[in-house]
Design a protein around this ligand. Structure first.
Ligand code: PSU
Ligand code: MN
Length: 301
């Protein structure tokens, strides 16, 4: 085992016995939601994974180790510290580990950790992507490069419209990353079930998804797969209402000159503010929905 990994006993046993394990990220806890909803959600997500027959493994960098499976105190610490914890993507990992800092893993860093631990399925809310105006700003999430090279499937609620879904799909196509729709032909847009873009393929059950993943990796094709799971109908928000909130958030971001790794957390918190917290409720529900599907896929691997 990699000497920087610290896998908790429950997860280690499940992996040895080839039981279902679902990786979970921690930037969604520290930077994606406010306290205490972030803590409550992290706990509920783990519970949902368990109820659906898999072992949850929330991942973070703590004391010079990549921790696979956090305990309650560790989750609470990330939740309370929020953005004072370091948002950790691929490029940040060596620095955080060498200085024994606390790092919350984004999709890219969580995928790296999951692959090291041989966990194949990962559930989150939203992945990073190509931002609007990326042709000027070059703001393309490291998550996309990770999906191109790391063998982990990511269950998410599609491409958030703080991003440019069309450009994100083009990028993923270039990088050879399949975008699958779970029981949908249309790419969902996180808070809403529709984006105006098609997924590459529609798959209707967890068994079919597991089979596709096995074939991809048995062939030796590197890289991941995006599994886009639409927010449940009852938790979806009105598209026009969301579009207005997102446009307002992006205008504010530009005005304040917010760039780099601060962009996504800033936009998420502004969207929450401009929707009077409605986006947060929807966000929590869709994450739970993704945890359920990820556990079902993991059981069929
Ligand atoms: N989208 C969300 N919530 C989040 C994130 C994205 O709805 O918490 C986080 C994830 O950790 C994702 C990261 O990997 O933001 C992407 O950041 P960036 O755009 O800076 O690559
Ligand atoms: Mn970025």
């Amino acid at each position: 085992m990699n000497k920087f990994l610290d896998i908790n006993p429950e997860v280690a046993t499940a992996l040895q016995k080839k039981q279902a394990v679902v990786a979970l990220e921690s930037t969604i806890i520290s930077h994606g939601m406010p306290y205490p909803q972030n803590y409550e959600t992290a706990v509920l997500v783990e519970k949902t994974v368990r109820e659906n027959g898999a072992v949850p493994a929330t991942i973070a960098l703590i004391d010079g180790k990549i921790k696979i499976g956090l305990n309650d105190d560790e989750i609470k610490l990330l939740a309370r510290k929020g953005s004072r914890v370091i948002k950790t993507s691929r490029r940040d990992i060596p620095y955080i580990l060498s200085n024994k800092l606390t790092g919350a893993t984004t999709v890219s860093a969580t995928m790296i950790a999951a692959q090291l631990a041989e966990i194949k399925i990962f559930a989150t809310g939203g992945i990073g992507g190509v931002h609007r105006d990326a042709t000027e700003t070059f703001d393309i999430s490291a998550d996309l490069q990770e999906l191109a090279q790391t063998r982990v499937a990511v269950v998410c609620a599609g491409i958030k419209s703080i991003l440019d879904p069309g450009l994100t799909l083009e990028y993923l196509e270039t990088m050879g990353v399949p975008v699958l729709g779970y029981q949908t032909d249309e790419l969902p847009a996180f808070y809403t079930r529709k984006s105006g873009f098609k997924v590459d393929y529609r798959l209707n059950n967890p068994q079919e998804i597991a089979r596709l993943l096995q074939i991809k990796w048995e062939l030796g094709l590197k890289g991941g797969v995006v599994i886009a799971n639409p927010v449940p109908e009852a938790d979806a928000l009105d598209p026009d209402f969301m579009a207005q909130a997102i446009d307002k958030a992006i205008t504010e971001q530009k005005k304040l000159g917010i760039k780099g790794k601060e962009s996504t957390p800033f936009l998420l918190s502004k969207v929450k503010e401009f929707t009077q917290g409605k986006s947060l409720v929807s966000n929590i529900r869709l994450v739970l929905n993704n945890a359920r599907l990820a556990a079902q896929i993991a059981q069929n691997m």
